[in-house]
Design a protein around this ligand. Structure first.
Ligand SMILES: [Fe+2]
Length: 385
């Protein structure tokens, strides 16, 4: 095929028309041009195009909007209609992709009294936090976990689990999953046919046979720094915490122990949920924090490239994320996309506020991308991590 290499076409009078024809041809062949041109002179701004993918925006969902819809949905959709009845937080910057921030998915769920779902499993890691009701239920690989407000339950990748409510009252919980990350990695899969071996045959079952005591996680790992030597600590894939429930009263006790500590100017009094066997994050993809803002406490602004979902548990206050102010109350959810400056403030001068956060920080750290900056009292920007 004849080509012009002497540059005669490059500045010819019909260059624009020829270039447009090239763009059309590329487009029709599912190819894209990549040649950086001064963005002021052309629409073909390559760096801009590389960065123009959909981005999560700072956002807040109010529980006062979500709660009535949970009850309305419960009236209209029974367990016979769907085993799943959740309300998903869709970030307006990412819609129609169902993601709260780029890597994390959040869903609120109301369980009817005495409602138990059949088991399922998926390659996605999830955490479930009790909001209302004392008898939320999740069976995880044979450990029957009943949980209340503030308790944090892990359902790790590929672990068979079933959800429900053992109580006589409605129970609400919120789940955070690494689903959007697994979708990007083409690693999301689901299974619904739970089987157990009975008399040498694999038989489908609607319930898991109990294989651990109901208090196994706490009985085994609730002592911090002590590990039973006679137990096998390899559960599931072995890359997540074997402790499947973290009780709120322990988190609260630890936060209270440091109430009078100066804490971090950027994170106040914050504790991380870790794998009790090796001190790593509970999941390789997500980490979780409990945080206390003392009365009147206001953190200094920080910016990191990890993305977070924050759920206030107690108290009232506000957060400023990417220059937007969000006034929060218990059980609201705030999206803090990576790259946005943010700060949290307790609105009360007499009561503490507590927040739960999920973050994709472990992924960024594992890949060498993690960066965090903070502003000092004088406004100077310093590298924190
Ligand atoms: Fe699940």
């Amino acid at each position: 095929m004849a080509t012009s290499t002497d540059g005669s076409m490059r500045r010819g009078a019909n260059r624009e028309a020829l270039l447009d024809a090239v763009y059309d041809k590329l487009d029709s062949l599912d190819l894209a041009p990549y040649w950086a041109v001064n963005p002021n002179e052309s629409q073909n701004d390559e760096d801009g195009q590389v960065l123009k993918g959909a981005k999560a925006i700072p956002f807040m969902w109010k529980y006062s909007d979500i709660e009535p819809l949970l009850y309305e949905a419960a009236e209209l959709i029974t367990m016979d209609d769907s085993e799943r009845r959740s309300i998903v937080l869709v970030n307006p910057g990412l819609a129609p992709v169902r993601a709260t921030v780029s890597t994390l998915y959040t869903a609120y769920r109301l369980n009817d009294p005495r409602e138990i779902m059949p088991p399922h499993s998926h390659s996605i890691n999830a955490v479930r936090i009790g909001l209302t009701g004392d008898q939320n239920f999740t069976g995880v690989e044979g450990e029957a976990i009943t949980f209340g407000p503030g308790d944090v339950v892990l359902t790790p990748a590929n672990a068979w689990h079933n959800h429900g409510n053992h109580g006589d009252d409605y129970a609400v919980n919120v789940s955070i999953l690494d689903l959007p990350l697994t979708e990007v990695l083409n690693a999301a899969s689901f299974e619904h046919d739970y089987k157990e071996e009975i008399d040498g045959q694999m038989v489908s079952r609607r319930e898991q046979t109990t294989r651990y005591s109901d208090d196994h996680s706490h009985k085994t790992y609730g002592f911090g720094g002590l590990r039973p030597r006679f137990l096998d600590h390899h559960r599931g894939t072995g890359v997540h915490s074997p402790m499947y429930v973290y009780r709120w009263n322990k988190t609260r006790e630890l936060l209270e122990n440091f109430r009078d500590h100066e804490g971090s100017p950027w994170d106040a009094i914050q504790v991380e949920y870790t794998d009790p066997v090796n001190g790593r994050t509970a999941y390789p993809t997500m980490t979780f924090f409990g945080q206390m803002l003392r009365p009147g406490e206001h953190t200094l602004p920080q910016q990191q490239n990890a993305s977070q979902v924050v759920i206030p548990f107690h108290g009232n206050g506000h957060s400023i994320v990417g220059g937007k102010r969000f006034d929060w109350s218990p059980f609201d959810a705030i999206a803090i996309p990576g790259g946005e400056w943010y700060e949290h403030a307790n609105g009360s001068d007499s009561e503490e506020a507590t927040l739960f956060s999920a973050s994709d920080e472990p992924v960024l750290k594992a890949l060498g991308f993690y960066k965090r900056h903070g502003k000092t009292e004088s406004g100077e920007i310093i590298l924190l991590d």
